[in-house]
Design a protein around this ligand. Structure first.
Ligand code: 6PG
Length: 239
């Protein structure tokens, strides 16, 4: 794992840098393997990045879009990560519908939804049971509490090591999420972190010693590239 921490002046700086990293990796992946896979994060920070990606003249038929986590709401709900990415990006580009892989949140039981998405990934990546796919890029954020994707502090999801997808839990609200091992199999993980409110969690996440059960983003130690793109407000002295 190569951890690269870059401090950008503001969110626009984070967006421009993340866009450059994504475009470079998309070009390389498509040249090498004919396809580029990216998992999207939710929340508010990535929205301008999705709007910027939508402006790019990309070979959309070669791009596969997944979500790293999803709130357990329908796509037309204001909290939906799928809805946000479609409004900001996917509705504005000629990407084949089959290349968009949202997490289905219609099953009454979220564990069924998690199993279905895991089976979908196994099919798309033609995986043998127990294998983990290496997505080209996984985008992540962190919450003030140090969570990432929907891996929240002191939840069972943090201990799931043999699945691709599991059920996260925020304040007793179910989420569907990539597991830490699935994220860690990515070729490139990019964290987008903006705002002074993230600084205390970031201090704990970057500390040489710490408790991943309390600060789950500490679990993200990919074998591939690990980028932390911080704005000035979120930045801390890196130990
Ligand atoms: C989600 C995200 C979550 C997000 C962080 C940061 O579904 O909410 O995947 O992990 O990345 O909560 O969110 P902001 O970018 O809004 O601060």
């Amino acid at each position: 794992m190569t951890r690269q921490v870059e401090v950008l002046p503001d969110v626009a700086g984070i967006v421009n840098r993340a866009l450059a990293l994504i475009l470079e990796r998309a070009e390389a992946a498509i040249a090498q393997r004919g396809t580029f896979s990216i998992a999207l994060s939710g929340g508010s920070t990535p929205k301008p990045l999705y709007e910027a990606i939508a402006q790019q003249p990309l070979p959309w038929d070669k791009i596969q879009v997944f979500w790293g986590d999803e709130r357990y709401v329908p796509p037309d709900h204001p909290d939906s990560n799928e809805g946000m990415a479609r409004r900001a990006w996917l509705d504005h580009v000629p990407i084949p519908a089959a290349n968009i892989h949202p997490m289905d949140t219609t099953p009454a039981d979220p564990t069924v939804a998690a199993d279905l998405y895991e089976q979908h990934l196994q099919q798309v990546f033609q995986l043998a049971p127990g294998d983990f796919p290496s997505l080209d890029v996984v985008l992540l954020g962190i919450g003030d509490d140090g969570h990432t994707a929907s891996l929240f502090p002191h939840t069972k999801a943090l201990t799931v090591g043999d699945r691709l997808i599991t059920v996260g839990n925020k304040d007793d609200q179910p989420r569907i999420t990539f597991t830490a091992p699935l994220i860690n199999h990515a070729r490139c993980v990019i964290f987008l972190v903006a705002g002074a409110n993230k600084r205390p969690a970031l201090t704990q996440i970057f500390a040489p010693e710490g408790d991943a059960d309390t600060y789950p983003a500490r679990l993200i130690q990919p074998a591939g590239e690990l980028w932390w793109l911080l704005d000035q407000a979120a930045s801390i002295p890196v130990p």
